[in-house]
Design a protein around this ligand. Sequence first.
Ligand SMILES: [Zn+2]
Ligand SMILES: [Zn+2]
Length: 549
Amino acid sequence: MSMSQDGERSAELLEEIRQLLELNGENPFKVRAFEKAQGVVSGCSDLKKRAQAGTLTELDGVGKGIAEVLTEFLLKGQSTVRDDLKSKLPAGLLDLVQIPGLGPKKAKQLIEELGIQSIGELEYACRENRLLKLKGFGEKIQAKILEGIRFRQSTQDQARIVEAEPAAQALSAHLKKSLGSSVRVELTGALRRKLEIVDRFEFLIEEPKSGAATTRSKAQEALDSFLKKNPAVLKTFLHFSTADQFGYEWAKTTGSEAHWKVLGSPASFSVKTEEEFYSKLKLPWIAPELRETGEEVAFAKKGSLEKLLPQDGIVGVFHNHTNQSDGTATLEEMVEAARALGYRYIGISDHSQTAVYAHGLKTDDLKEQEKAVRKLQEKYDDIRIFWGVESDILADGELDYSTAQLKRFDFVVASIHSRFKMDRDQMTTRLLKAVRNPATRFLGHMTGRLLLGRPGYEFDTEKVIEEAKKCDVAIEINANPARLDIDWRWGTKLRAEGTLVSVNPDAHEVEGLKDTAYGVTVARKALLPKTQVINSREVKEVEKWLSRK
Ligand SMILES: [Zn+2]
Ligand SMILES: [Zn+2]
């Protein structure tokens, strides 16, 4: 530490301790003392000397306690007081209070009452409307917290596709406007492949054969002016190409490394379009989102890309919530929304009783809901309403509700919502048991991960995929852009086993039904044939599949 740094860094430490004291609920005088000392300390040029001589207490506002803290820090480069305070805090508190609008008191309440330990979990809880019924919270506060989380995420160096896409569109529009309508600007890179998380934006810009330098400097200026107004935008890379080479460059900047390698890393040649590029390689055009592992090239060669689930290949959707548990829309609103999207069936599955935080349904509520669903069905002949449940997988692998009750549902989604921290073997056993339960038709958000939020729990994924095949259980592709779980990287295994999957929106509001599109992208990236996606099938076939319990 140089001398001037000593003062600044010491003041930072005091500020850190002040915050920790506050979070620990220590007495306000002590908290204020750590605040007051900061000014003196940061302006003092001989701190270290004073620490060595034991004269820190001569400074205004530096008492014995603070002097001890500073001495340890200045001479040994550590702080026991800070570390102790940190270890006393409930897990997650330090993270949660980073969210604008979330103070220590409310953060503690969230930890205690909802078991939230990370920002990712908090965001998900907001989306599932779990904050609404807490004392002192309400719709406004929940919305404000969600906004705070979004703000924080937007200032980090990674983004999920749901946040990245609109930001990239805005930037693209700005580039186009600045360069003029005759200049071609295309999104490329990982976001064009619709990867679930990206750390950069990439664009390919057409430049003229002569005067390329002008286009380049204009584009750079446009980017700089955009960044000035939107400092939180991800790292952005601009690529340039003449019209003659555009097809080649677009393919090269879009495909993953593995994709490009399997194509044989072709040296540059002149082609205006990607179709021409692939056709030169004797391949049909490969959709950008498929260009990941390289396996897709073999699919293209065999002509089997057409067998994949198409983007519009979903016929109906399972796993949707209503305001009976933690959704915001009524049963009828959800059904109407599904009709409006052209779906031929919708599966309603609210939370089960163990999920108390989500207002899981008690046995009596179920009777009522069953009646309501059957009654509403009479109103429609163009959409089938399946009545189901998202049953909690309990710690021992059993499902919520009695066997008799489980049999009454048209379908059961079995999901884990608690006890994430089991050892790998226990968790595998738990999941296998749930899969083997004859009531289970779908395994919900299999790994429990929240993208940029929390990793999934540990278990033997291969075994569960194999068991699901044996038991004719569909593994969910949870289409919520915060989950996208099961991951497309399991595609090879899923295909090898022939395990069914189901693209489920897990909608908690009407708008959530549209998340299905993200799930379809996952199925496509996994190169899953349409036949392996249960909800690409017509009503009759699905009914038949469901009835085999
Ligand atoms: Zn769930
Ligand atoms: Zn759900």
